[in-house]
Design a protein around this ligand. Structure first.
Ligand SMILES: Nc1ncnc2c1ncn2[C@@H]1O[C@H](COP(=O)(O)OP(=O)(O)OP(=O)(O)O)[C@@H](O)[C@H]1O
Length: 285
């Protein structure tokens, strides 16, 4: 695998019965980047993570993660990756510190690592508190801390802000960015487009088990965004949205301007959700 790649996925297929959950997934993640896999419910995000973390085997294709083949080198893979899934549990009646010391024991890591990971996720001052007193955001950060105990090269986060309010999500985002600074490669899944755009260096759009577009948020916008203009006419003050790629609509706008009928005209920026829908829609047609 090329030295600057942390993940390389080629043509991965995974079926559940007759359902092709992954239908030839291919993408690459560079070392040290935050890569976001974006897609609607059932697109195959969680299944991709389960394949890349060695939990289920692909039926075709290959995937390399942190230099390990996810099928042949599963044991070594477990030492090189960390995973946070929604359904994972913490020990509610134990303190944050004890949860992490327990994880140190599992991985044979010196307990002095606990303070480092607590610091990374901003939970050092809550170390002694029982998990049962933690908010959802704090639990999420503790799960991230636990996944980091053995200094994984690649961290997988499945829907890291699912169910969190914007303030709690922002704290989780800060922890993810801090990790990136420490050199960890992060692959996260989400269906929150705006969050992905803010947090990720590059995004992959996944639709029906295929990665249909990959790029930086800016690249995806430049490639797929549609220039539009919001126009208000003097006569009825009703807002009209014009597609500037459509010559007929541009002609219409010119004639309104020439006739002195335009009260105001503003260009509109597509949201990442608009960009996604355009790419996904084109692939589904
Ligand atoms: N263990 C399983 N058994 C049967 N079908 C499964 C299993 N896991 C996933 N699937 C199916 O595979 C497809 C992809 O599911 P997956 O959970 O990967 O999607 P997702 O993109 O993570 O969706 P969500 O955003 O809802 O979590 C879906 O059609 C799902 O029903």
């Amino acid at each position: 695998m090329e030295a600057d790649l942390a993940i390389r996925v080629r043509g991965v297929v995974r079926c559940f019965g007759t359902n092709r959950a992954l239908d030839g997934v291919s993408f690459e993640v560079r070392r040290g980047e935050i890569f976001g896999l974006l897609g609607p419910n059932g697109a195959g995000k969680t299944t991709t993570i389960r394949v890349l973390t060695g939990q289920i085997a692909p039926q075709a294709g290959e995937a390399l993660v942190a230099g390990c083949d996810v099928v042949r080198d599963r044991t070594l893979l477990q030492r090189r990756i960390g995973v946070v899934f929604e359904e994972q549990l913490l020990y509610e009646r134990l303190s944050a510190r004890m949860n992490l010391e327990f994880a140190c024991g599992l991985y044979g890591v010196d307990p002095s690592r606990v303070d480092e990971v607590l610091e990374l996720v901003g939970l050092r001052d809550r170390a002694k508190d029982k998990v049962s007193s933690f908010s959802s955001g704090m639990r999420q950060r503790l799960m991230i801390a636990r996944a980091l105990i053995h200094r994984p090269e690649v961290l997988f986060l499945d829907e890291p802000s699912r169910g969190l309010d914007p303030a709690a999500a922002a704290v989780v985002h800060a922890a993810v960015l801090e990790l990136k600074r420490s050199g960890t490669t992060i692959l996260l899944t989400t269906h929150y487009m705006e969050e992905a755009e803010k947090l990720c260096d590059r995004l992959g759009f996944i639709v029906r088990g295929r990665v249909v577009a990959v790029g930086t948020p800016l690249e995806l916008r430049l490639r797929h965004a549609q220039p539009r203009m919001r126009v208000l006419l003097d006569e009825d003050l009703k807002e009209r949205v014009l597609d500037l790629d459509n010559p007929g609509q541009v002609g219409q706008l010119m004639s309104w301007i020439a006739g002195g009928r335009v009260r105001s005209a503003h260009t509109m920026e597509d949201s990442m959700a608009d960009v996604f829908l355009r790419v996904a829609g084109a692939k589904l047609e």
